[in-house]
Design a protein around this ligand. Structure first.
Ligand code: SAM
Length: 250
């Protein structure tokens, strides 16, 4: 396995580019801008203690941040953390933070999993992963960010009954997400009926990748799960529905 594809202890890279080409000076200037608005790992370690009354939402792989910026502007009392490895996208978010004086939106510009590992238990209300890189080739699927490791990390930091929100326009990935989350056993689906998986979650704002999907005529899956403490068996009805979806998409 190529060394640069491993983030840490065997965790695979779930992303492509880290930044556009730039000079060392440009890079240093960009880092200075991002640092001004970033959450540090030390702050992550005391997030819950420092914000006991605040609703906290983390977005993993926020791209240009349309969704999280919209939420931060509309909910000034909540705290939002936008994680993205591609620094040029974060630069745009930093400009929005400055233009609108958004004190409730923080950035994290390394692998989001490093931040999640450092956050206190039961500290966060919602984690969102929207339109993650699909890694469609069979040999690349192991790079998909929605996997057992991410589910363990999010389950630990989400408050009881807090939410995990996933979205994708790729049916194969949607089925992968549903299967992995339900096999994980410590989340339950918020949807009562599977057709709710095509309804946008509350407070939704479209993202670049969602718009791209719509342009190509692809609709999206919006999968919302809540954290539960006890492992629960997937109900027979849900399992039968999932089996049917998988058969239809084979
Ligand atoms: C396909 S884009 C979607 C961006 C955005 N959510 C949207 O809907 O427009 C996926 C993004 O996730 C980022 N990403 C992938 N793995 C990541 C990780 N481990 N930590 C932080 N960002 C990651 C990629 O750099 C990329 O910008």
């Amino acid at each position: 396995m190529e060394k640069e594809n491993i983030v840490k202890d065997g965790t695979l890279r779930s992303f492509g580019r880290l930044a556009n080409r730039m000079s060392k000076d440009e890079q240093a200037a960009l880092d200075r801008t991002l640092d001004k608005h970033s959450i540090t790992l030390d702050e992550a370690k005391t997030l819950k203690d420092d914000n006991p009354e605040t609703e906290i939402l983390i977005e993993v792989g926020c791209g240009k941040g349309e969704q999280i910026i919209h939420r931060a502007k509309n909910n000034p009392n909540n705290l939002y953390i936008a994680c993205e490895v591609f620094k040029n996208s974060l630069e745009k978010i930093a400009k929005e933070i400055e233009a609108h004086d958004l004190k409730n939106l923080k950035l994290f510009y390394e692998d989001a999993r490093i931040l999640l590992e450092n956050i206190q238990e039961d500290a966060v209300d919602t984690v969102m992963v929207l339109y993650p890189d699909p890694w469609p080739k069979t040999k690349h699927k192991k790079r998909r960010i929605v996997n057992q490791e991410l589910l363990d990390l999010t389950h630990r930091i989400i408050k009881p009954e807090g939410k995990l929100i996933l979205a994708t326009d790729i049916t194969d990935y949607a089925l992968w997400m549903i299967k992995h989350v339900l096999n994980h056993g410590k989340f339950h689906t918020i949807a009562q009926y599977p057709n709710e998986w095509c309804i946008e979650p509350d407070g939704w704002h479209t993202t670049s990748y969602e718009q791209k999907a719509r342009k190509f005529g692809r609709s999206s899956w919006y999968l919302q799960f809540a954290k539960q403490e006890q492992e629960k068996q997937f109900t027979k009805a849900s399992q039968a529905h999932l089996n049917r979806l998988q058969e239809e998409n084979n």
